[in-house]
Structure formats: C-alpha cells, structure tokens
Design a protein around this ligand. Sequence first.
Ligand code: URA
Length: 236
Amino acid sequence: MERLDKFLCSQSNLTRSEAGRAIRSGRVTVDGAVCRQAAQKINPDTQTVAVDGKAVGYAEFVYWMLNKPAGILCVSRDPKAPTVVDLLPPDARRKGLFPAGRLDKDTHGMVLITDDGDFAHRILSPRHHIPKTYHARLDKPMPPDTPQRFAAGITLGDGEECKPAQVRLLEEGEAPLVEIVLVEGKYHQIKRMFAAVGCHVDWLKRVKMGGLSLDESLAEGECRLLTSAEKDRVSS
Ligand code: URA
C-alpha cells in the first residue's frame, strides 16, 4: 500500500506538491471515484488511479530504448543543453530516470534510459562482460594488426590498458566502416583505441547492448519502451 500523492509523483511527471494540488482539486480518481485525500493509501497492483480521466500506469521500473542523435548530452539533466532524458515523451518522465551508460555528445545510437539502478549496474559493470557493439567510420584504413592489438587489450596513449575487444571490417575503402565490440566503457574509449593505432573516428554509433539490437525503425531522437523479454536480452 502506498500514499496516493507519493504514488502519483513516482509514476508521473508531477511533483509531490503538484500531485497534492491535483488530488485536492478533484482531478484524481481511484477505481473511478474522486479521491481528495493525498494521504489515502492505495494498492497500485489492484487499484486504478487516473488523473483527468487518464489512467496512470504502474511499473516499478521502466526501460526505454532511445536512438540518440548527435548533439544531445547523455546525462539525466543539464541546465544549458538538451539531454537524452529530455527526449522522452512528456508523460513518460518520472523521477530517477538516467541513461544506463554514457555516449559522447557526438555519438549516435542506442541508449537505454531507466530508473532501475541494479539493472544499469549489471549491464555496465565490466565484471559482467556485457558486450556493447558499435559501428565506426574511420578517416583511413586501420593498420592490418589492429584486430590482434585490440584482441590482446590495447594500451591507450596515456598508458591506460583496455580489456580485449573485437574489431572487424564492415566496408572497405579510404574511409572504412568497422564494427567494434567492447565489454567496458572508458571515457572516449573507441576514439582513444583508434587514436592508439593512428586512426581518427569520424562517426560513431552504438548498435547493440548485450543481446539486444537498436530498433532501426526508431528515427534519430525517437524512443520506445522495451518489452520485458527485450530487457532480459540486454543482460543475456
Ligand atoms: N567510445 C567513444 O569513444 N565514444 C562513445 O560515445 C562510446 C564509446
């Protein structure tokens, strides 16, 4: 059982005081009956709460997949610049949402946004070896020994050592397209790994996390909720 105002503010974009005002002004119903008591105890598993006639869904945690465009910060909040959380639909916003794993501002592709800290820890901790797959466009062909150097765990320019990573060529040419699979997420890692072999990453996109691929039907800037099977696929 949970207080009505607390439930509303955890499941919607209302603050606690906005939830209280909505309740007192008669905009909130519990199982169809107006309830004006913010302290009313409700059972979210069995009762339906609605604001202005629209049911408020109950989920302990949510998991969004976003196709991040370049130019958006991969953080929860920023006073000056738009963030990945700002791209969620307004009625999807709720407290505690954050991106599970950072992408650089200029990186595109798959970001998972959740309020489940344990899930984020599981998929991000290098101890769990959840692979993250990226596509990168390079400024020149990579040296032929790059796959071996990455597989052995390359040392970055500042001496930092990387865990073994895979790289394979997807498209040959003067500006080749490559696929990289990492099990960790150091700052600017792929850009620094390629810098260590003399290449510059001109374009970077994350296409897969664990066993879950980016839904390519999402245009850049679009997002959708994961099904529970998809969520499980991330950590499988
Ligand atoms: N590696 C990078 O260099 N940038 C990213 O955004 C992700 C991985």
